[in-house]
Design a protein around this ligand. Structure first.
Ligand SMILES: C[S@@+](CC[C@H](N)C(=O)[O-])C[C@H]1O[C@@H](n2cnc3c(N)ncnc32)[C@H](O)[C@@H]1O
Length: 274
């Protein structure tokens, strides 16, 4: 088997953290994600994943986060079978395989050119799925996406790395260009961003975290047309069996986050419509 050598650093290297979490969670009993494509990709990447020293709770938390975003993407697609999906900062995430959209969906995977090149070498091409190698904040790639269809933007582990001005400009372009749609992503308040910046795995990549959100409502005032539909804890699950998979200290932390507002805002999953 041909192994892919990795020369990614900073924000780009963080994709290996989320990929590895999803791959490892898929091997755990009661896996929620069952992401065999991620597990196969990890097996083909020449990178010392053991240096991440990833904890089981982290695998479960990142898998549950991905699962919630998958669910929102599936709901959007079910309601809009002729639509566009923009998967921003896709990294090596296999959402398109997990969600398996029908032929009416035009799916775009967007990330830096080096990341897209790696994606191309690891995963087979898929009808209806277009790879776009560009910084997400460069307006050129978005200008080339056909307007006129409902459009879902899904971004996991991305927005925290963007400068606020560039992110707001991107979201304003989305809501102005497409007739309707949704934007779903993970967010962090100031406390949460500090917590992420000190996470040993993120620190080891040298990635710089930039964007925090005061409250989900604040974004409505900054991006015309954006309306909050759902907010929930970043690593939550509605399924008590899934929550019980966490260690007791992690369960205690989630319990506190549900009850104490600034703690709850540390990391959230947000779903807006426009
Ligand atoms: C934590 S990883 C998440 C990857 C993927 N969404 C997942 O959940 O596995 C962050 C990703 O955002 C991408 N990224 C960060 N800043 C970006 C930018 N300005 N333009 C395009 N991609 C960016 C990185 O290259 C990386 O793939």
């Amino acid at each position: 088997m041909c192994m892919e050598k990795i020369a990614l650093t900073r924000e780009k290297e963080t994709l290996l953290i989320t990929l590895y979490a999803k791959a490892r969670e898929s091997l755990l009993p009661e896996s929620i994600l069952k992401d065999r494509h991620a597990a196969a990709a990890v097996g083909r990447i020449n990178y010392d994943f053991s240096r991440l020293r990833m904890r089981r709770d982290e695998m479960i938390g990142l898998a549950l986060r991905a699962h919630t975003l998958d669910g929102w993407a599936r709901e959007f697609i079910a309601a809009h079978p002729e639509a566009t999906v923009l998967h921003l900062g896709c990294g090596l995430d296999t959402r398109v395989q997990r969600v398996d959209p029908p032929p009416g969906i035009d799916w775009y995977e967007v990330d830096y050119p080096e990341v897209i090149a790696l994606r191309r070498s690891l995963y087979p091409a898929r009808p209806g799925c277009t790879l776009v190698g560009s910084p997400v904040t460069d307006p050129e790639w978005l200008a080339r996406i056909p307007a006129g269809r409902p459009t879902l933007v899904v971004a996991e582990g991305l927005f925290l790395y963007l400068a606020e001005d560039a992110l707001l400009q991107l979201l304003r372009t989305v809501t102005a260009k497409f007739p309707s749609g949704e934007v779903v992503f993970d967010s962090y308040n100031r406390l949460g961003l500090t917590w992420v910046a000190h996470n040993r795995m993120i620190r080891s990549t040298g990635a710089v975290t930039r964007w925090s959100l005061r409250s989900p409502q604040a974004l409505e005032g900054q991006v015309p047309g954006l309306r909050l539909r759902t907010e929930r804890g970043g690593y939550e699950s509605d399924d008590s069996r899934q929550r019980a998979r966490y260690s007791w200290p992690a369960q205690a932390a989630l319990w506190l986050m549900r009850r104490v507002r600034p703690l709850g805002g540390m990391t959230q999953l947000l779903r807006y419509h426009y």
